[in-house]
Design a protein around this ligand. Sequence first.
Ligand code: PLP
Length: 387
Amino acid sequence: MLSSLQADWEDGLAARRNAGLLRQTEVLQPLPETRPYFRDAQGVRLLSFASNDYLGLTRHPALREAARESLEGSEYGVSAAPLLGGVRPTHEALAASLAAWLGVEAVLLFGSGYLANLGVLSALVAVQDHLFLDRLAHASLIDGARLSGARLQRFRHNDLDHLETLLQRPRKGRAWIVTEGVFSMDGDLAPLPELLALAARYDAAVLLDEAHAFGVLGKEGCGSLDHWGLAAEQVTLRIGTLGKAFGSYGAFVAGPTLLIRWLQQAARSYLFHTALPANVAAASLAALELLRGGDARRQHLGDLRDALQLGLQGRSYLPSTTPIQGLILGSNEKALQAAAQLRASGIYCPAVRPPTVPVGQARLRISLSAAHAAEDIASLLDALEPR
Ligand SMILES: *Cc1c(COP(=O)(O)O)cnc(C)c1O
């Protein structure tokens, strides 16, 4: 290996470490319990507040059973791109059920949300177009926007006056507004009624990433449009993931048939990816049923959130109406310290630092799940107390 390359990587790692930005992937063994308990590499038992398993479905037996049943006498992987090796009846059933749930004509499954966003933005947005992205939009949306080659402008988070100023400027191509129903790190909502009205006034298409909204908001968990009383047709398309509230893996794009047919031709991350294993689709299908009927889980989640908010009063805290609760610490060091303090009390909630959040806004991102019990909130609050 070139020694200059090795030196670059060593320098890069040292710089990250010195800035408190070094990241590590932990090996956590799930314990056989319904609550999100894990065992770390040292054998310490930890309660997690770090996952996006909002409804607590990932440990539900119905998902495991669906996956097991689907594997019986079948293949494990699909071993080819959908257009080459075909998809399986389970993929078809999942896509149809997702479309029916959301009240759209069609759904296209993707390997992951990251791939879906890359594919959608690069397939739909032309080089001469203008893309307007919320400042806090997910990295996959930014990367997809860059891949499209279009002019990319970021508007201040949820700031519609700023967005309007940008929309007013003369442009040649089309305008596309990209935002999230629920923001992944702050847990707040995009002001969709006003945003969609603005989009209509300026003839802009709207792409809505519902990664953190599906399962959590709206009737039967069908997301932010329903939450705000808006119709499916008011956005150009919606993107959802199957790895968060669904507790499974994969992603999908939902919209009119014509759009889905075009994406099948033009979204390169669809064309050139291997289809999800059918048993993963089977687990997602089982999850969809639980998610739709998950009002009790959503109610419990709301109760947990209220208890947490009560306990966090007086702290520099971003209260939200979703399971994502941000406790802002500021510097990377402070966030790391807070995470270490929690860990010493058996709670796993790692520090979220730039570039995931803006510089100076390092935080604990407390992610609640319906799998948590009321006493888990009490343990978390207790662990947060200054020692
Ligand atoms: C997690 C996430 C994605 C990516 O989804 P994956 O399935 O994890 O690749 C996309 N958009 C948002 C807003 C997300 O939070």
